[in-house]
Ligand binder design. Structure first.
Ligand SMILES: [Zn+2]
Length: 372
């Protein structure tokens, strides 16, 4: 179905008397979270944050420009449009379905929202140059994704931490108070075999787009993301059986409460830090750790000693655990930045506190030589 046709029918029932440019704006913002100033198309000279009305009228006749379609393709959301149509009284939906029925006889009052949203996304996808495969290869692709889900789905979801690596959308939805995974499994390099190293879990929209997209730049990006995700997953496996005292939570919560005046008088000059982290190699890591150590080291030391006295933490045990975790990661040939991240994430999993405080704890153990 043509974009123009869908647009006219939607406008008739949803626009509430708005003119074409206003409704077009409304429709595009319902379909994507890319804001208007970033639509990257001909702007209104009097208001550069807005697209010119002429451009929008043009879209209503010929569909979105290929440039805009490509730009929003991985950021489209059908939910808002579906919701908006479903909010209409059933009489309105019935009339809308009737207008669409000459294109698809199966459309009715209860499925018109899903169908119309599907059609319009399909138009944008085509405009972006992602040509729909013929039905047979489409079916083959769906079959492949569902086979791969059976085989590797849970692993790939965990590896992706339940987020789509392209658009960042969650891959788990809550429906009728139950959590359901909403994702597809996609090949990264489509010319290679579907081995776990060449697979990613993605949201259905990005998976459908990527399937038809032969942009080598995106493939490169996905390969880089896959490498980070799988390295992290390996590190989690590496550390799986190593315990970490739950008492560390008390340390982190106390660090969170420290005020500027508590820290000002307790500063430390970490002279030897360059022996542990070489600033010429890891400058960002060096600066972060140095700042945390300078500011927090003495205070954390006090906190540890106090908690140990009260038997809330076994300080020696924690030191041993840190050494153990570090040794395991270092043996697995992780870089210093990776080790720093993985230890702070391990602390994060045990304490469920914000990353930044966990990083401060790791920096403390670096200065104490349990790490690096
Ligand atoms: Zn996505």
């Amino acid at each position: 179905m043509e974009f123009k046709t869908i647009f006219q029918i939607l406008k008739k029932y949803l626009s509430d008397g708005e003119d074409t440019p206003t409704f077009m704006r409304d429709l595009i913002s319902m379909l994507t979270d890319v804001s208007e100033k970033d639509w990257d198309t001909k702007k209104d000279p009097s208001n550069p944050d807005r697209v010119s009305d002429d451009t929008l009228i043009n879209y209503s006749k010929r569909g979105l420009s290929a440039k805009l379609a490509r730009q929003i393709m991985y950021r489209t959301k059908e939910e808002y449009l579906i919701e908006r149509i479903n909010e209409c009284p059933s009489g309105t939906r019935e009339a809308m379905a009737k207008d669409f029925s000459s294109y698809d006889p199966s459309v009715n009052e209860s499925n018109v929202a899903d169908k119309a949203a599907g059609w319009i996304i399909e138009c944008i996808r085509k405009k972006a140059g992602f040509v729909s495969e013929d039905q047979l290869s489409q079916q083959r692709w769906e079959q492949q994704s569902s086979d791969l889900k059976m085989k590797y789905g849970n692993y790939l979801l965990a590896e992706a931490d339940n987020f789509c690596p392209i658009c960042g959308r969650r891959l788990i939805a809550v429906r009728n108070s139950q959590s359901v995974p909403v994702y597809e499994v996609s090949l990264i390099d489509k010319t290679k075999d579907p081995t776990p190293e060449n697979l990613l879990a993605m949201c259905p929209n990005c998976a459908a787009n990527y399937q038809m997209d032969d942009n080598p730049k995106l493939q490169k990006e996905l390969e880089a993301k896959k490498s980070v995700l799988s390295t992290h997953e390996q590190s989690i496996e590496t550390l799986e059986d190593l315990p970490l005292e739950a008492g560390i939570t008390g340390v982190v919560t106390r660090i969170k409460k420290l005020k500027e005046k508590d820290l000002a008088e307790a500063a430390l000059d970490p002279k030897d830090l360059t022996k542990k982290i070489d600033p010429t190699v890891d400058i960002a890591l060096y600066i972060s750790v140095r700042t945390y150590v300078t500011t927090y080291f003495n205070k954390i030391n006090q906190i540890m000693i106090n908690l140990d006295k009260k038997n809330l933490i076994d300080y020696e045990e924690v030191q041993d655990q840190m050494k153990g975790i570090y040794r395991r990661l270092s043996k697995a040939k992780k870089s210093k930045a990776e080790i720093f991240n993985e230890i702070s994430r391990k602390i994060q999993r045990v304490t469920l506190q914000e990353d930044i405080y966990c990083q401060i704890v790791v920096s403390y153990f670096i200065q104490r030589c349990e790490v690096f």
